[in-house]
Design a protein around this ligand. Structure first.
Ligand code: NOS
Ligand code: ZN
Length: 344
């Protein structure tokens, strides 16, 4: 058990969440409301019963099983109102955990079933996030996701639309989905376009496949951050490159155990990576799907791996440093964090 003092610090500590999927943090309450509004019938009548449809089970054994949860949620997120609402609520939920800055990611191509364009999907998500930003005092930016199972043309559209929102709330592009079936090397052209258009890149890699994808992401796709990167230790030479180049890893502890990036907590290399000097950040991935929140993530790693208060401060400040904010914005955020941490 953690002492009262550490628990208190973990709770009150200002935080960032750099790896947060919009469709992975929809509240059961909201699904009930959206179902009603959109005339979609639900398999159950109350929100407690809804949870198993939204959240992975204890015995989740792979990333593909984990990803199947999104099939339930995404059909509710096909209108401007729904996207705006869940974006706003993402900010609200993060604010409840003292997040001062979040990067919310989503795949615009998944939200076109009722006629929205990729551009419109991005527009409405940014609208909702901006509302949340004003209401809750959390700074928010967007990352547009290309999906591994989508066509090159579909992903190209995402990159082109993302370019239109650079400087208007969007800060980067990503690649997500079934990593084991679609190696990173398939996406060279997609991310060459992103680089050409000047959009920063982060890539999910080393989660459901080995370090080769991490290497591919940083050397060929142009990733400056890595989503998860949990399996990098399987190749010491690649781990050394990540360390040397100071590539931040967006670790999402609870999710990483559920998707079986490693078999269990005993095998989770977070403390080892930290002690080796890798740049780690702590994030939620999908609060609803994973049944987690950012406070819980910090609590668990502190409990299981003995991170000290100064370690936690390092992890939080790594997140500020690794953010896709512009230099002057990052500098002010850093100052704000230093002050808030000083007051803890
Ligand atoms: O941890 C993950 N690894 C890979 N893909 C993911 C993860 N979490 C969510 N998504 C995928 O990203 C899509 C857009 O947000 C989600 O619909 C889900 O398919
Ligand atoms: Zn993710």
């Amino acid at each position: 058990m953690l002492t009262g003092r550490i628990t208190d610090i973990v709770q009150k500590m200002p935080k960032v969440d750099l790896h947060l999927h919009l469709d992975g943090c929809v509240k059961p309450d909201t699904i009930m409301i959206l179902a009603e509004e959109q005339g979609i019938s639900l398999p159950v009548t109350d929100k407690e019963q809804l949870l198993p449809y939204l959240q992975v089970a204890e015995n989740c054994s792979s990333l593909t099983q984990y990803l199947s949860k999104f099939d339930f949620t995404v059909p509710f997120l096909q209108t401007a109102e729904a996207l705006q609402r869940v974006a706003y609520e993402a900010v609200e939920q993060s604010a409840g955990h003292y997040c001062k800055y979040i990067e919310v990611r989503f795949a615009p191509q998944l939200h076109r079933d009722k006629g929205l364009s990729v551009d419109e999907a991005i527009f409405w998500v940014i609208e909702g996030l901006k509302q949340g930003e004003r209401r809750f005092g959390v700074k928010v930016r967007v990352i547009a996701i290309c999906m591994r199972n989508h066509s090159a043309q579909a992903n190209r559209e995402v990159i082109e639309a993302a370019a239109n929102y650079m400087g208007k709330g969007l800060v980067a592009v990503d690649l997500a989905g079934d990593e084991a079936s679609y190696p990173a090397a398939n996406f060279r052209d997609t991310f060459a376009l992103a680089r050409k258009l000047g959009i920063p890149i982060t890539i999910h890699a080393g989660e459901a496949a080995g370090p080769a994808n991490i290497y591919e992401a940083i050397t060929h796709l142009g990733a400056v951050r890595i989503g998860h990167g949990v399996r990098v230790q399987e190749n010491p030479a690649i781990m050394e490159i990540i360390k040397e180049r100071r590539i931040p890893l967006e670790m999402c502890p609870v999710s990483n155990i559920q998707t079986k990036a490693v078999t269990d907590w005993d095998m989770y290399p977070i403390k080892h990576y930290f002690d080796q000097g890798l740049i780690l950040t702590i994030n939620t991935d999908n609060p609803t799907v994973s049944g987690t929140n950012i406070t819980e993530e910090y609590k668990i790693i502190t409990e299981k791996f003995g991170f000290t208060v100064p370690d936690l401060v390092t992890l939080v400040m790594n997140g500020v440093d690794a953010s896709f904010l512009e230099a002057n914005e990052k500098q002010s955020l850093k100052l704000e964090f230093e002050q808030l941490i000083g007051e803890l």
